[in-house]
Design a protein around this ligand. Structure first.
Ligand code: SAH
Length: 245
């Protein structure tokens, strides 16, 4: 498998880089990379670059950056707000959000959220790994976990909030998404769904719209993944073109 790494460094032809300890370990020990091997690098700002591993020894992995392979390109601005789930399902949502092109993941605590806290470091690692693997040029931002009320109180009204309502109050998501552009966000509830007072509040907010994914009640992780796929297809990746082989 070819190596592709998200790095914090500025990327430019000829730059020499030394990876941090954890990433060096990943490259040398987990991926068993060898000196001379090619690696793709991205940092979310400078596009994608080809680099060569100079040294994979104990002092940290060293590389030299070669040519740029892709310029940085604009990406759809779609946030996923999701109530934290059981650990594995939260990990799954993070991975799939990155693959489906979410620009940010925001863990949001609702009344019926069972998880008491989220492991931000772990989520960030999942977002990064998925971004590396799926050839994105960015890693989704992880927003600091917060209570739903606070998130809504500080909302930027220029960003449309699509609230995934399993209660059937919403218009079909594909219909709504087809008419949208600009800054978007999806809000998915926890296993127990939204509390009535949360639904009432959301339905009154001018920037929020209730949307439905159809007649079946989906698990929260399924709803998050399905909703992102629909929004990305109908209101997101419109300017995206496959790269030349
Ligand atoms: N236990 C709840 C279901 C929660 S499903 C109940 O029985 O009412 C978890 C979350 O997935 C919901 O809060 C909602 O955001 C989303 N979801 C599931 N199915 C959906 C559907 N058909 N339409 C819209 N959102 C859905």
């Amino acid at each position: 498998m070819s190596l592709r790494l998200f790095v914090p460094f500025d990327l430019a032809a000829g730059a020499g880089l030394v990876l941090a300890r954890e990433q060096s370990h990943y490259v040398a020990t987990v991926m068993r990379a060898r000196a001379g091997q090619a690696v793709a690098l991205f940092n979310g700002r400078d596009g994608e670059w080809l680099a060569v591993l100079d040294d994979v020894g104990k002092g940290g992995v060293r590389l030299t950056v070669g040519a740029q392979t892709r310029p940085q390109a604009p990406e759809p601005d779609i946030w996923l707000l999701a109530a934290p789930l059981k650990k594995d399902n939260t990990d799954l949502v993070a991975e799939k959000a990155a693959e489906l092109g979410a620009s940010a993941l925001w863990p949001v605590f609702t009344r019926r959220t069972n998880a008491a806290r989220v492991n931000a470091e772990r989520l960030r690692a999942h977002l990064m790994e998925a971004a590396e693997q799926c050839e994105r040029l960015t890693v989704p931002e992880l927003k600091p976990p917060a209570a739903l009320d606070q998130v809504l109180a500080g909302w930027d009204s220029g960003r449309t909030l699509l609230f995934l309502d399993e209660g059937g109050s919403g218009a079909p998501l594909p219909e709504v998404a087809a008419g949208l552009s600009g800054k978007l966000a999806l809000l998915v509830g926890p296993e127990g769904g939204f509390a009535p007072e949360e639904r009432d509040l959301l339905l009154r907010l001018p920037f929020a719209r209730a949307v439905s994914l159809g007649p079946r009640i989906l698990r929260a992780e399924t709803a998050a993944i399905a909703a992102l796929a629909v929004v990305q297809a109908l209101a997101g990746d419109w300017k995206w073109r496959p790269r030349q082989a």
